[in-house]
Design a protein around this ligand. Sequence first.
Ligand SMILES: [Zn+2]
Length: 199
Amino acid sequence: MRSPIVYCGPMWGGKTEALISRLVRAKLQDIPVLAFNPRRNQRYGTTDIKAHSGAHFPAISVESGEEILQVCKERDPAVVGIDEFFMIPDAMAAVSALLDRRAKVVVATLDMDSEAKVWSSVTDLMGIAEEIIKCPAVCASCKGDAYYTFRKGMAPSSRLLVGTDDFYEPRCRSCFEAGQEAKRVQDGEEGLFSQQARR
Ligand SMILES: [Zn+2]
């Protein structure tokens, strides 16, 4: 098994599902597996890793990469799964240390935020990855392959994209850019309106 393996892409691309199937396979092979996810992701109210499809896998929720490493030092897993890697501070340091310990690491993560900026920890991760699998979703506008996560107009502009599935949708590049342009136009009009209202 290559390591690290990175499943990445937008929301709803099946990254977590792919991660879970890797972990289940390792378990069936009687390989000691541990899985982690970020503690602040309370989307589904449990500590399991859960995919949109309903697949799930028991996981330990952590606040930092340091915590991942501590648990792994105690329990010495051969395979380590990390879901929502981009949300865990210092997760990259944990991955490097796990590789030094000869553990195999499988990661699922968003690659870009809703402004199409790549998370810097994900850039680092991809640099050392032995296998990278892009998991496109289906564009909510045109049904093409979607590699972007689009933030709908009324969504709060937090960078973290947590627990607010209703506020986001997957889009292909051209539908993403059209949506970003529409938001800029709307923001401009609202700015103009409030300027006029103040006069
Ligand atoms: Zn599209």
